[in-house]
Design a binder for this molecule. Structure first.
Ligand code: UD1
Length: 349
């Protein structure tokens, strides 16, 4: 049995690692890296640090307008898939690489397995929302992290092949904590908030990005901001001088372990990332999400995660308000990858 996984963007390398481990000795796994993320600290660092198998194919598609980027990926993925004739294709999450892989598999009538299915923000202006809806509707097996995701799919008439298996990122976080792997990655900082901001609605406009930076700059604690290249490039294009924000320490995108170590040592997280809202929850860190909505609605329970968007004046106050209870079972028990692999094998038999 041979399956091929499509990866391309930073969060997909992380999700792929537990899946690769779970496939060992059970199923032959090949990978196609689209090259959507290509900087060393957005891609190679994850393969090296997690000691993952290098991709079987790397496409070097790089950045571009959505249509061009997705189209170029499809052209190249199709050639490879035709060549290697896998029994199934695995895609992760909601990026343009996800959609490109899903469309190719579906058109070639190859079984398609979607990891992290069923999530919805109900905001179709997000490219991710379009990518995940389309991918879900053409997938044969849909691996969903939570009951809300299962219900979302049901509401859209998708029930066949759906299973709630928990979140694959939790597998990895639990493994890291159980083996104390963050110890040597702890930062030399204390008493700080950790930040990542990269979504288009927070960065694709000078006034918006400036407003967020000003809000961070006014917080009572220092802010450590891990800067996605998209945010860095846009700040540069807008002539925003990052050195003017003296309360913010800007750092390069971090490796998997360093990023989690920063989060673990922080006094709270300010983010617009999807994955980091969950990681904050599992590490019991207060999170403020700079968005109008979240796909990870369960993290809002007990105010562990708070949404703020138009008015950021309450940011400092919200960060202080740390919840007392955390649901240990949120998004599964950290064994989702092996459950998915077993279900895939059963499906293909
Ligand atoms: C993509 C995903 C998003 C995910 C994010 C994780 C889509 C539509 N979006 O967003 O869901 O949360 O990855 O990081 O697929 N760039 C570099 N070097 C890189 C990668 C990107 O400089 O290695 C810069 C380029 O200027 C590029 C911009 O970042 O144009 C945006 O990259 P892109 O992959 O298009 O989208 P992300 O914002 O990273």
């Amino acid at each position: 049995m041979k399956i091929v996984a499509i990866i391309g963007a930073r969060p997909q390398f992380i999700k792929h690692f537990p899946f690769e481990l779970a496939c060992r000795g059970k199923v032959e796994l090949m990978t196609i890296h689209t090259g959507q993320h290509y900087d060393t600290n957005m891609s190679d660092v994850f393969f090296n640090q997690l000691k993952m198998t290098q991709p079987s194919y790397t496409l070097h598609i790089g950045s571009g307008a959505h249509g061009a980027q997705t189209g170029k990926m499809m052209i190249e993925i199709e050639k490879i898939v035709n060549d290697i004739t896998p029994d199934g294709v695995v895609v992760y999450g909601d990026t343009n690489s996800t959609l490109a892989g899903a469309l190719v598999a579906s058109k070639l009538h190859i079984p398609l397995f979607h990891i992290e299915a069923g999530l919805r923000s109900f905001n179709k202006k997000m490219p991710e929302e379009v990518n995940r809806i389309l991918t879900d509707h053409i997938s044969d097996l849909l691996f969903v992290p939570s009951a809300i995701g299962v219900q979302n799919l049901k509401n859209e008439g998708v029930e066949l092949g759906v299973s709630e298996v928990g979140d694959i990122m939790k597998d990895l976080v639990q493994y890291v904590i159980a083996n104390d792997l963050l110890k040597s990655h702890r930062p030399n900082e204390n008493d700080f908030f950790y930040t990542t901001i990269h979504r288009p609605y927070n960065t694709d406009g000078k006034e918006r990005l400036k407003y967020i930076l000003e809000a961070l700059n006014q917080l009572r604690k220092k802010v450590v901001f891990s800067l996605h290249p998209r945010t860095r490039n846009l700040a540069h294009n807008y002539d925003l001088n990052l050195e003017d924000y003296t309360n913010i320490k800007f750092i390069e995108p971090q490796s998997y372990f360093s990023n989690l170590a920063y989060l673990q040592c922080s006094a709270g997280l300010i983010t617009d990332s999807g994955g980091m809202q969950k990681e904050a929850y599992w590490l019991k860190k207060k999170c403020v999400t700079i968005r109008k909505e979240t796909e990870w609605k369960e993290t809002l329970n007990n105010s562990a995660n708070i949404l703020l968007f138009d008015d950021l004046s309450g940011l400092g106050k919200e960060l202080q308000n740390v919840p007392v209870g955390w649901d240990k079972t949120l998004y599964g028990h950290g064994k989702s990858a092996s459950e998915m692999v077993d279900k895939i094998i059963h499906f293909l038999k």
